[in-house]
Design a protein around this ligand. Structure first.
Ligand code: HEC
Ligand code: HEC
Ligand code: HEC
Length: 428
């Protein structure tokens, strides 16, 4: 009986959604001749390049080994995979025949040129905040890229998620269009907020989502999850054991590493690889804004916790740590990691991954290692997936939590590691 009721309710929702979808069906914007590349001002194109780096456009609009902006990267969502479009100016397979108005509408309203609804895997829920002036520059930048003919796969989604018109209902409930563009802001915090919430779309990963996969407005930047990683909170009480300064965040965002806070790995490595090419001043504005949102850090003393008891597994973990990890992580003195040029690796006691409420990121680091930040030579940590068992990694985690973080062991770490192992390496 209950299932009948539920499926009737589900059907009713679908019917109502379909009604809205067709009632609100948006119009096609007419195709234009592809504008000549030399019709765009060089200064505007350069501005667009900076904005594209801030918006990470390349990340989702290039497949592995594929041409820039020709699309094909699969954005993984809990319901299926949606492929980044070809946004080169190719007239047939890209956006070559899109007018500026069509481009602006796609970014503001999540609509294709022909009026079809786009999936919010394309972060237009953030891009809707971008100013007219910035969108004009992005359009100039994209229309002056090399045109590449490439058709990207259709989204790989089950019914009813694969029915695009139903997205109209989702937008009605969860999409706040426009969100007041801020023209000509120069105050640094405002600029930072504009970039974090708009082009930077940091909340796409760092804000938790509700059942319908929309970002929760009541938990802005309080931490989310993606591809087997925990995206740590950027606002409120953060998981790092020491506070971030704006300069440290800037270094981390533009270099993929900060001596005081460690490495940007997994999905964050790609974000940092793009921000490397963004203007330092803009990244500093984002960092300044983020610092203004942070209220404190979670340290063992701040939690008032007793030092946890030492278990047998902690003793085993210490032995394993001495054999497998210490030669790097204690190479140059007390708890200090690797040397990289003139800078030092992070003492593990300072790692956000070790202080987080669950051991997901720690497991990612140990199973799959750390790649050198993009453009840097050397400096890797090997993955231990083939060298250590789940139980052994869990024992090392217990030891480090006990000895370096002064915190209780994570629950069911062995199961957590097995789960991440079975998903394979992701987000790199
Ligand atoms: C997190 C991944 C992601 C990022 C970052 C991203 N996009 Fe996309 N974008 C997508 C996906 C996925 C689609 C396809 C959506 C669909 O099929 O409904 C898309 C579609 C588009 C479209 C519509 C193209 C069409 O043919 O319908 C445009 C235009 C676009 N993106 C521009 C941009 C720009 C400009 C940036 C950077 C400021 C950007 N995107 C950043 C994932 C992304
Ligand atoms: C695709 C998902 C994704 C996006 C988009 C993203 N992040 Fe992250 N971020 C992560 C993950 C995962 C980590 C943890 C990485 C690690 O520990 O190496 C992280 C870590 C961080 C940290 C370190 C936090 C700490 O306390 O250790 C900062 C700061 C950060 N991100 C800032 C940003 C900013 C600013 C943006 C927007 C410009 C952004 N992130 C966009 C996934 C993302
Ligand atoms: C060959 C040298 C090497 C070995 C062996 C090694 N590491 Fe690393 N590890 C590194 C480097 C280099 C980094 C990146 C620098 C950083 O983040 O400070 C790193 C980073 C980490 C991080 C992330 C720190 C952060 O938040 O940025 C963790 C966690 C970690 N290692 C744990 C371990 C554990 C546990 C072992 C043993 C199973 C181990 N490592 C073995 C070199 C090594």
């Amino acid at each position: 009986m209950k299932t009948v009721l539920l499926s009737t309710a589900g059907l009713a929702v679908l019917v109502v959604a379909a009604f809205f979808a067709f009632a609100l069906s948006p119009e096609e914007i007419e195709a234009v001749e592809r504008p000549a590349a030399d019709s765009f001002d060089a200064g505007l194109v350069a501005k667009g390049r900076d904005l594209a780096a801030l918006g990470n456009c390349l990340t989702c609009h290039r497949s592995e080994g594929g041409a820039p902006y020709a699309g094909g990267y699969g954005v993984e969502t809990p319901v299926g995979t949606i492929y980044g479009s070809n946004i080169t100016p190719d007239p047939e397979t890209g956006i070559g025949r899109w007018s500026e108005a069509a481009f602006v509408r796609s970014m503001r309203e999540g609509l294709g040129r022909e009026g079809e609804h786009l999936y919010p895997a394309f972060p237009y829920t953030h891009f809707t905040r971008v100013t007219d002036g910035d969108l004009e520059a992005l359009y100039a930048f994209l229309m002056t890229r090399e045109a590449v003919a490439k058709t990207v796969p259709d989204p790989d989604l089950p019914f009813p998620m694969n029915v695009r018109p139903l997205l109209a209902a989702w937008k009605l409930l969860f999409f706040d269009e426009g969100a007041a563009p801020l023209e000509g802001v120069d105050d640094e915090l405002e600029r930072g907020r504009y970039l974090v919430d708009g082009l930077g779309h940091c909340g796409a990963c760092h804000t938790p989502r509700n059942l319908f996969l929309a970002e929760r407005s009541d938990a802005y930047l309080r931490g989310g999850e993606a591809s087997g990683w925990a995206n740590p909170p950027l606002a409120g009480d953060i998981h790092s054991p020491s506070p971030w300064s704006a300069d440290e965040i800037t270094t981390y965002l533009r270099g993929g590493f900060a001596e005081t806070h460690g490495t940007a790995a997994g999905p964050m490595a790609e974000v940092a690889a793009q921000l490397k090419d963004a203007p330092a001043k803009d990244v500093l504005s984002m960092a300044t804004y983020l610092v203004s949102l942070q209220t404190g850090v979670e340290t063992p003393s701040a939690n008032g916790q007793e030092r946890p008891a030492q278990s047998e597994r902690v003793v085993l973990g210490e032995t394993l740590y001495r054999g497998a990890c210490a030669r790097c992580h204690e190479a140059s003195g007390e708890g200090v990691a690797f040397a990289r040029g003139s800078s030092q690796g992070l003492p593990l006691s300072q790692s956000t991954a070790l202080h987080a409420p669950d051991g997901r990121n720690f497991a990612q680091f140990v199973l799959y290692g750390v790649e050198a930040p993009k453009g840097e030579a050397g400096w890797p940590m090997p993955g231990f997936a083939d060298l250590l068992t789940d139980e052994q990694i869990a024992a090392i985690a217990d030891y480090l939590r006990h000895d370096l973080a002064g915190q209780p062991a994570w629950d069911d770490m062995t199961g957590r590691i097995a789960g991440i192992r079975s998903q394979g390496e992701s987000g790199q």
